[in-house]
Design a protein around this ligand. Sequence first.
Ligand SMILES: O=P(O)(O)OC[C@@H](O)[C@@H](O)c1c[nH]c2ccccc12
Length: 256
Amino acid sequence: MLEQLLAGSLEDAMARREQRPYAVVEAEALARPAALDALEALAPADHMKVIAEVKRASPSRGDLAEIPEPQALAAQYEAGGASVVSVLTEQRKFKGSLADLEAVRKAVSIPVLRKDFIGDEYQVLEARAAGADLVLLIVAALPQETLARLYAKIRELGMTPLVEAHSAEEVARAVDLGAELIGVNARNLSTFELDRELFGRVADQIPAGVIRVAESAVLDVTDVERYREAGADAVLVGEALVTNDPIATLASYLSV
Ligand SMILES: O=P(O)(O)OC[C@@H](O)[C@@H](O)c1c[nH]c2ccccc12
């Protein structure tokens, strides 16, 4: 499934590239004001930080919410105290788009993450051109050399890579890249199975000074407490925020 998701995102990107060549998007990316400092926004604090996700649907959970105005939801996230807004831009299964990201960028002044299946520099340029400050890199999706190349490209454009792992081996590869922001996804993107204990098992492998994000399967405040006890600096939450009152839900998570 992960291979199909990546192949679909790359195919969609190559279709856009026919319309908007590399050099055009590169010029747009370079003309943007500097990216916001995501490491500062997510720096460890005396409470859990939240990366709040704009997420309409997923292959594992189906349709979640319509979100006709992603910018309005993102503004609520910011008002509710989120540190970063994550925008799913994958179209086929998550029903997102780069237009969502652009709309969100205009509506908030906190850092914005492009969440997609990234495998090519062109997608990184698109992210910056649309106003992203962070880009997700999924270790399981790519060989190490490709990850290193994309990691460097994201940094070169002033953005922060969020490097996502789903096993001890993948955390080691994220650390090898020099990642300063590592996400441990409880959901296996190949099988969609959840492993809620994974974060706790691998957290100690993440060096001091690296920001640790627990991703997926936060359904209530007890999940946030569990991740906090296991050493998470931040949680990345989608479903629980798009299916409940985002402001009240964020308030409860930020009290942890
Ligand atoms: O909706 P949830 O269970 O709160 O999960 C959010 C986020 O972790 C999830 O959307 C996610 C994590 N890694 C990904 C990679 C691709 C697509 C989606 C994701």
